[in-house]
Design a protein around this ligand. Structure first.
Ligand code: SD4
Length: 339
């Protein structure tokens, strides 16, 4: 069965009812802590949330929590879209993008980083140890190594094989919810991990980590490491993150847009929907062919999401009694137009 079909079958179980196997999550999470919660994109958001909750549930900071969640996804050997095991660019080179931001406006990012397993932690080091916000390519790697990060080859045999197969056609044609679902036995859904957290002290933080679009041009940078496009956080309002074809997020400064719409009084769900409508209005034809997804968390802990096309799911963990392995279906504009 293709991953796309697996994905739609899971979604067809209904909003909030798409249970997935979660043997990798380990010990039960601690219970609710002072309104703290964490939300993450896609099915691997469940595992990322569990890792983040180990921090939040112990009274840790939102910033530490989102880093822990992103690191979990970067280590996960099941997904070909984040961290090690990611699919490479069209030259066969795996390049990673990541960003991290707290609600006070502190932020750091890396783009086109090679051979470093945890780009989100390098992004945090950029934030905390340099006067800059973003480092790219060889400079980002040089900085990472100087900070003690190990340089190690990350491209797997499976990813190399997938690239060789792609070379047979060499067509760059991202498919909705399916652009990276090409390996037999691939257990992931796909795409970027965007993770947003609110801690017990009422502080927000977010992180975004990805190997970007498979078969992208060498040197292409998506939205995920660009503050305001793939991620934006403001303690006064809320936080937003994105997944999908990053060029559309960059064109619309989309995560910033979602937060600004919340500032104007929109709920997270309404803000995500309005941002999707903006994407659609700008490029109606292109929007038929590509996926764009937003996830938002308000400073009060309200969660909302919306996508261009059906299939975008996200995970929420607040330490309460509810099952944390259940995914929520975001809803989408094309779906809404059909009903
Ligand atoms: C990018 N937004 O590099 C990322 C990839 C992604 O669905 O999320 N794809 O454009």
């Amino acid at each position: 069965m293709t991953s796309r079909r697996r994905f739609l079958q899971a979604a067809a179980l209904g909003a909030g009812a798409a249970a997935l196997p979660l043997g990798h999550l380990g010990a039960a999470a601690p219970t609710a802590v002072g309104g703290a919660r964490v939300v993450s994109t896609w099915d691997f958001g469940v595992g990322a949330n569990a890792a983040a909750w180990r921090v939040l549930g112990a009274g840790g900071s939102a910033l530490d929590a989102v880093e822990a969640g992103a690191r979990w996804a970067e280590s996960d050997l099941c997904n070909p879209t984040v961290g090690r095991c990611g699919n490479p660019d069209r030259d066969g080179v795996l390049t990673l993008d990541a960003s991290i931001m707290d609600g006070d406006g502190r932020c750091g990012a890396v783009a086109a980083l090679e051979d470093i397993a945890h780009p989100v932690s390098v992004a945090r080091a950029v934030m905390e140890k340099t006067p800059h916000v973003m480092l790219v390519g060889a400079g980002a790697q040089q900085f990472a190594v100087a900070q003690g990060f190990e340089k190690t080859p990350l491209l797997t045999d499976e990813a190399r094989q997938a690239w060789r197969e792609w070379l047979e056609t060499s067509e760059y044609n991202p498919q909705i919810n399916a652009e990276r679902m090409q390996r037999p036995g691939d257990k992931s859904n796909h795409d970027t991990l965007g993770i947003l957290a609110l801690d017990a002290g009422g502080k927000l933080a977010g992180a975004c980590t990805t190997s970007g679009m498979a078969w992208k041009m060498h040197g292409r940078v998506g939205d995920s490491p660009i503050v305001g496009a793939g991620l934006y956080v403001d303690n006064e309002v809320g936080a937003a993150t994105a997944s999908g074809v990053g060029e559309e997020m960059i064109r619309n400064a989309a995560s910033f847009l979602v937060v600004e719409l919340m500032r104007q009084g929109r709920s997270p769900a309404d803000a995500c929907r309005e941002a999707i409508e903006r994407v659609l209005r700008k490029r109606p034809e292109a929007s038929r062919q590509l996926q764009v997804c937003f996830l938002a968390l308000s400073r009060d802990g309200e969660v909302g999401a919306f996508a261009l096309h059906e299939g975008f799911v996200y995970a929420v963990h607040d330490g309460g009694a509810g099952p944390h392995d259940r995914l929520r279906d975001a809803g989408s504009i094309y779906e809404a137009q059909q009903t």
